[in-house]
Design a protein around this ligand. Structure first.
Ligand SMILES: [Zn+2]
Length: 483
């Protein structure tokens, strides 16, 4: 994330302004007031929660010429120099790009000299776990016998990678993730400070997407503000950031757990239609499911109390599989739609539910209606294209599909006759039927459920001479499709 204007602007300048890290700031403030500041601190915790910010406040508090309690004045000469970064007495290095032993030797040389103006030199080493072994050894020697005027602040997101010998020579502070409610409060303040307004659900969506990080939260807000001219809405956030809000993910989850096949498939189609990144959506949904799983295992949450663990696991497995198919799919939405159908349909209920869901004629009549005839006509007109699409999805299906004879549309179903059981069975497999339905929808623009029937078991369509003629025509067309 590159957009850090707001993050810099709203970075806390005093201990008092730091939210969410009470334990850290209280301990540091007491140490300053009691003049018992340690020589080396280890700040651990997720990215963007204020570790470097805290180190800077500490550096100013230690050197301020006009301190009140533990708070720096931020106005004296020392504070000003530290604030604009022109002081040589605070040194921030990023271990990620200065991993070598030479970088640390240089640093150690620097700390041997007394501060030029300040009382303390504060050395901040960010992402300290990135240092090389040699660099750690060089640092260790200095930490064992630190010059009196030097304070080290080592910051890391991955404390387990910091050698125990280093950790044991520091005072360790664990920074917490920022809670959604604390982050929401801050974001709300920043929004109104910028003369904008924001919906409550939009606020929560950003706070949740920031995943406990001030920096990420403000960076996300930065991006949204540049697109917004007044009110920030959830819709705008989803459009701009391309992520799926938790509300939307919960809505999708509700549709799956309540077996609303058509609506859940429609949800995916809508995302696709609106040009949303389905990989990102898949990633968001997997993360959502993972959190739900962890919460359920640890019995932390009341979310989806009626959802059994094994059902949740089945949902995770189905979408895990869809994810691996996503990058090979000719139609990116298809693996996700298949997962939805698999999860929301039982074999026994498949025909009935899908027929219900995919908008059958509402008059309850099972007779072929005029609209059904039109639909059949469209299918017949586009049969070669439909077969091409089926072939694109699944090459091995085409040999069976070439034998299919579309004869009737009734109650949301397209009857396909097959001369042999082998081919009928191949098409009957649920996944294959979904492919055919998808191909039909794309070629003809109607949602319909393919229903394979053995030719000699079919009792015949409603009499319709026109259909018979078309059927003959389509047989010829279908026969022309080459493997
Ligand atoms: Zn000051």
């Amino acid at each position: 994330m590159s957009n850090l204007v707001l993050y810099r602007k709203y970075r806390p300048q005093r201990f008092e302004d730091v939210i969410n890290q009470e334990h850290v700031k209280t301990t540091l403030q007491n140490a300053i007031i009691n003049k018992r500041v340690g020589h080396a601190y280890l700040f651990t915790g997720p990215r963007g929660v204020g570790k470097t910010t805290m180190a800077r406040i500490l550096a100013r508090a230690l050197n301020c010429q006009n301190r009140t309690g533990a708070e720096p004045c931020n106005e004296c000469e020392m504070c000003k120099q530290l604030l604009i970064g022109s002081s040589l007495d605070i040194l921030e290095i990023d271990a990620a790009s200065n991993t070598g032993v030479d970088n640390i030797r240089e640093l150690i040389e620097h700390v041997q000299y007394a501060p030029s103006q300040a009382s303390f030199k504060v050395i901040v080493i960010d992402e300290v776990h990135m240092l090389s072994k040699g660099a750690f050894n060089a640092l260790l020697k200095t930490l064992e016998e630190p010059p009196a005027h030097v304070i080290f602040v080592l910051a890391t997101t991955e404390v387990h990678k910091v050698p125990a010998t280093i950790v044991s020579r520091t005072q360790r502070f664990d920074f917490k993730r920022v809670s959604v409610s604390d982050l929401s409060k801050l974001l709300e303040f920043v929004v109104s400070d910028n003369k904008l307004s924001i919906d409550q659900e939009a606020l929560v969506a950003i706070a949740e997407a920031a995943d406990g990080s001030f920096r990420d939260g403000l960076s996300l807000l930065d991006q949204i503000i540049s697109y917004s001219s007044g009110k920030i809405t959830l819709g705008l956030i989803e459009e701009v950031l391309g992520f799926t809000s938790k509300q939307a993910l919960m809505q999708f989850m509700d549709l799956i757990t309540s077996d609303k096949t058509a609506l859940a498939v429609g949800f995916v189609s809508q995302l696709n239609y609106r040009g949303r990144d389905l990989f990102q959506f898949h990633k968001d949904f997997m993360e959502f499911l993972r959190k739900l799983l962890l919460a359920k295992i640890s019995k932390e949450t009341d979310a989806y109390p009626g959802l059994p663990l094994n059902r949740l696991v089945a949902i995770i497995e189905a979408f895990q599989k869809a994810g691996s198919e996503l990058k090979w799919a000719n139609i990116p939405s298809l693996p996700l739609e298949l997962a939805v159908v698999e999860l929301t349909q039982t074999d026994a209920g498949l025909t009935r539910n899908v027929a219900e869901d995919f908008s059958p004629p509402k008059n309850g009549s099972l007779k072929t209606s005029a609209t059904d005839n039109e639909t059949l006509q469209k299918v017949l007109d586009h049969w070669p294209q439909i077969l091409e699409k089926v072939k694109d999805y699944n090459h091995s299906l085409i040999s069976s599909m070439k034998l299919a004879e579309p004869v009737e549309v009734r109650a949301g179903e397209l009857i396909l006759l097959f001369p042999y059981k082998f081919h009928k069975d191949a098409i009957e497999a649920r996944k294959n039927r979904i492919i055919i339905d998808q191909a039909i929808e794309e070629a003809v623009g109607v949602k319909i459920m393919a229903k394979p029937i053995l030719k000699n078991e079919w009792k015949g369509a409603e009499p319709n001479a026109e259909n018979q003629t078309l059927n003959s025509a389509i047989k010829i067309l279908g026969g022309d499709i080459q493997n």
